[in-house]
Design a protein around this ligand. Structure first.
Ligand SMILES: Cc1cc2nc3c(=O)[nH]c(=O)nc-3n(C[C@H](O)[C@H](O)[C@H](O)COP(=O)(O)OP(=O)(O)OC[C@H]3O[C@@H](n4cnc5c(N)ncnc54)[C@H](O)[C@@H]3O)c2cc1C
Length: 133
């Protein structure tokens, strides 16, 4: 938060969590921490992402959307990016922020061979006042 002060300034944190509780059913281990300082800040991605795009545009970025990056080639310190609509972009810098299946990471060799993707099951549970301790 200190490093990215605009996150709080723009009101992008929906709620703070002061701790957490983990219980491992097989080993019966419990991990509990409740502190007096916020540990985690929760954001809503729709609102958060939109605000980041707006901040980037205000800072002078040219925002392009609706086109996937298909190819990335780095040669002699110059990056050539080919978009889905065949448009080419040339730059000295590329930031790969394209997620877990990053095309940028694959194209530039940042993704190591043998990389495996795990499967995760997610369930969100609503807690009530009685059992939210
Ligand atoms: C079901 C689920 C629940 C999760 N819950 C939580 C949670 O509660 N709390 C938490 O902290 N984290 C959670 N995560 C993890 C969190 O979503 C990721 O860690 C985070 O989104 C990663 O951010 P990112 O910016 O690297 O990638 P992403 O958020 O995946 O963003 C990548 C962006 O790049 C774009 N993109 C992809 N490929 C291309 C391309 N070729 N060209 C152009 N654009 C491209 C995508 O459209 C997307 O907009 C969850 C993940 C999943 C799958």
């Amino acid at each position: 938060m200190k490093r990215f002060p605009y996150i709080e300034k723009e009101g992008l944190v929906e709620s703070y969590s002061y701790g957490g509780y983990a219980y491992y059913q097989t080993s019966k281990y419990e991990l509990k921490h409740i502190g007096d300082k916020p540990l985690v800040g929760m954001v809503l991605r729709k609102k958060f992402d939109y605000a980041l795009v707006k901040l980037a545009i205000d800072a002078g970025c040219d925002f392009k959307q609706g086109n996937r990056v298909n190819r990335v080639q780095i040669k002699n310190g110059i990056v050539k990016i080919k978009l889905g609509n065949n448009e080419d972009i040339t730059s000295t810098v590329v930031v790969g922020a394209d997620g877990v299946n990053s095309v940028v990471a694959k194209e530039t060799g940042l993704r190591q061979k043998g990389f495996k993707i795990g499967v995760c099951v997610l369930q969100e549970l609503r807690l009530n006042e009685k059992n939210d301790q």
